[in-house]
Design a protein around this ligand. Structure first.
Ligand code: ZN
Length: 292
């Protein structure tokens, strides 16, 4: 099954809903970065949340960045998403290993430890939107829930899950975001809260093979859910040698000259997809001409 996001509404537009299946995204991230199981789970959750949050933006060129800076052994995570379902990301320390949590799960909370969550939305305005909150549980879904409530003033429920195979490849990944609009009736909120208190974890639902549609039906049992949109989502990095070259040109003549004087090829690295680009001294000389 290819990855996709569904969007919809419930209770006469008082509730808006998102759900995604992201196995391929998370498995691609795992392979690109060679992440340990707990790092795969952490990055996979943030990529899944990011893909859905990216799809909430309005314009084609809008870019969403979610950055976690934390004191746990994973050190930090960065995810970037656009409005069309393209998402990419990395962790600072892909090798982090921890014993399972008390519940026998991958211990994402202790991999992250304490920290802050930054949400940056570049919508082509002079200043990007920046929302910053502290990590509440460091499990990522609850931290995004807290971000929505405090920074965007949108009461939300976020569920995210990554399930691993025994061989440490990704078996399932996905999640949901439920948000209530300002004019929501109390009865709708009460019913939603009761539903969410009673649902199984996202990982359990994924393990049963639930599609995003089925996850929404389960979370919103008793509501009339209308799916309004279904869009593909994928791990995609837009880096290329020519983009890296443009970045090199922008660092200025002095630094490029220094690199040429070193007489060795240089390697430029893209953190998001873990690709390295080599530039020979001859290529650097060409770049120096262009930076004039
Ligand atoms: Zn890249």
């Amino acid at each position: 099954m290819k990855d996709y996001i569904v969007r919809g509404t419930a209770a006469n537009n008082q509730v808006r809903v998102f759900a995604a299946t992201t196995r391929e995204i998370v498995e691609t991230a795992r392979q690109r970065h060679n992440t340990s199981p707990v790092a795969t789970a952490a990055l996979g959750r943030l990529l899944t949340g990011g893909a859905m949050m990216g799809s909430m933006m309005k314009n084609e060129k809008d870019m969403l960045t979610i950055q976690i800076k934390c004191d746990g052994p994973i050190q930090g995570l960065t995810v970037t998403a656009d409005v069309a379902g393209n998402v990419k990301g990395y962790v600072e320390n892909p090798d982090v290993m921890l014993p399972p949590s008390a519940k026998g799960k991958l211990d994402v909370a202790n991999a992250l430890g304490l920290g802050v969550l930054n949400v940056i939305k570049d919508m082509g305005l002079k200043e990007p939107y920046l929302g910053q909150t502290i990590l509440m549980t460091s499990e990522i879904a609850e931290d995004l829930t807290y971000y929505f409530a405090t920074s965007e003033q949108v009461p939300s429920s976020v569920g995210l899950g990554v399930l691993m195979e025994k061989d440490n490849t990704v078996k399932q990944a996905g999640g949901f975001i439920i948000q209530v609009m300002p004019f929501v009736e109390d009865a709708v909120v009460e019913k939603l809260e009761a539903n969410i208190a009673n649902i199984e974890s996202v990982t359990t639902m994924l393990d049963k093979g639930y599609t995003p549609e089925k996850i929404l039906e389960t979370v919103l049992e008793g509501f009339d859910v209308e799916i309004t949109d279904k869009m593909p989502t994928k791990f995609e990095c837009n880096c290329s040698k020519s983009r890296v070259e443009k970045a090199l040109i922008s660092i200025g003549r002095r630094d490029i000259t220094e690199m040429i004087d070193d007489g060795k090829p240089i390697e430029m690295h893209c953190h998001f997809c873990n690709t390295s680009y080599e530039f020979t001294v001859e290529e650097l000389k060409e770049i120096l001409k262009k930076s004039r």
